[in-house]
Design a protein around this ligand. Structure first.
Ligand code: UDP
Length: 326
């Protein structure tokens, strides 16, 4: 398996995976509608501009490039936005993914790695959360991804699609070489928000809720470095090649940090004592979301290299400083 089409490859996670694919010597083609992507983030392969729901364009690309597999990152990812504009999420994340799969199968491409999310679990009843946990998303973003997971099962059964869904936990950090990183001007994610506050882009960082049933009252999340996640994609591709069947894996380290612990580490790394304000809970936040990652470690032999909050925040900080100067 050497030819890889990457949808959303000009975005945050996709571009890190493209970098790793390029370094490993894969032939890459990036397909991105550039709604959130940046051309400079694509370090390997050609970049074709288009939406995954455009069956004509996707067909043309599949015929010309003839990939062995598609890695599908292209999606909208903002929970709040999905609550206010669910149609946008169901259309782009669900319907357009269905169109992509249909076009792939029509063109004889039957391998897919799908970017799923821990949001499919909603508020988990058991922690750390295992892949078998019921899918019970609590917002349209998580629901839009859950629908795809359900479709994948049926399509795989009936039409021979081979797929892996990777359920990402809290992806953070940047390329340790600092060539690429998260390039959103506005981000609602904790680490990016904290670093932008340290940089002076925001006056203060708000902590959403200090009365959760956790050790310091703030929410716990499993932060995973984006390059470890990228490596998981390479292993998933190899697995799909060897076993030729569908599967689902959590992508997290299996332990979490509270919001306060993240904020303290961000202050330590940046050496900026930025202003923090404790406010009410944000709607729809589960108190704790931590992966049981034993399956991916066992079956894909995934060996994370950057399971270190300080390193995650350091790489994000180096990138954040560089990004503003671009
Ligand atoms: N959070 C916060 N302040 C912020 C952004 C996030 O307190 O400015 C909290 C949020 O409530 C959650 C955790 O940080 O408990 C992680 O949020 P993020 O948006 O980064 O990821 P999510 O877990 O929602 O996907």
């Amino acid at each position: 398996m050497s030819r890889v089409m990457v949808t959303g490859g000009a975005g945050y996670i996709g571009s890190h995976v493209v970098k790793l694919l390029g370094e490993y010597g894969y032939d890459v083609l990036v397909y991105d509608d550039m709604s959130n992507g940046n051309p400079w983030a694509v370090l390997y392969g050609d970049l074709v501009e288009g939406n995954v729901g455009d069956e004509g364009k996707v067909s043309k690309v599949l015929k010309e490039f003839s990939p062995d597999i598609v890695l599908h990152f292209a999606a909208f990812i903002q929970v709040n936005e999905s609550v206010n504009d669910p149609i946008k999420y169901y259309e782009n994340n669900t319907l357009n993914t269905l169109r992509l799969i249909k076009t792939m199968l029509k063109n004889g491409v039957n391998k897919l790695i799908f970017s799923s999310t821990a949001a499919v679990y909603g508020i988990p009843s058991d922690l750390p959360v295992k892949e078998e946990h019921p899918l019970s998303p609590i917002n349209p973003y998580g629901q839009s991804k859950t629908f795809v997971e359900l479709m994948l099962k049926d399509i795989s059964y009936a039409m021979g699609l081979k797929y892996i869904s990777l359920r990402y936990f809290n992806v953070a950090g940047a390329d340790p070489e600092c060539k690429i990183g998260q390039a959103y001007r506005e981000s609602t994610h904790l680490i990016t928000r904290a670093l932008k506050t340290a940089k002076g882009e925001y006056e203060k960082l708000q902590i959403f809720g200090t009365d959760y049933p956790t050790k310091d009252g703030t929410c716990i999340r499993d932060y995973i470095h984006v390059m470890d996640l990228a490596e998981a994609h390479i292993l998933a591709m190899e697995y799909l090649n060897e076993y030729n069947k569908g599967n689902v894996f959590n992508c997290g380290y299996g332990h979490g940090f509270t919001v306060k612990e993240v904020v303290d580490m961000a202050k330590e790394v940046t050496r900026v004592d930025f202003l923090v304000e404790e406010t009410d809970r944000r709607e729809g936040d589960p108190p704790e979301l931590v992966a049981d990652s034993s399956k991916i470690k066992r079956e894909l032999e995934w060996k994370p290299k950057y399971d270190d909050l300080e390193f995650i925040i350091k790489t994000a900080w180096e990138w954040e400083k560089k990004f503003s100067s671009q």
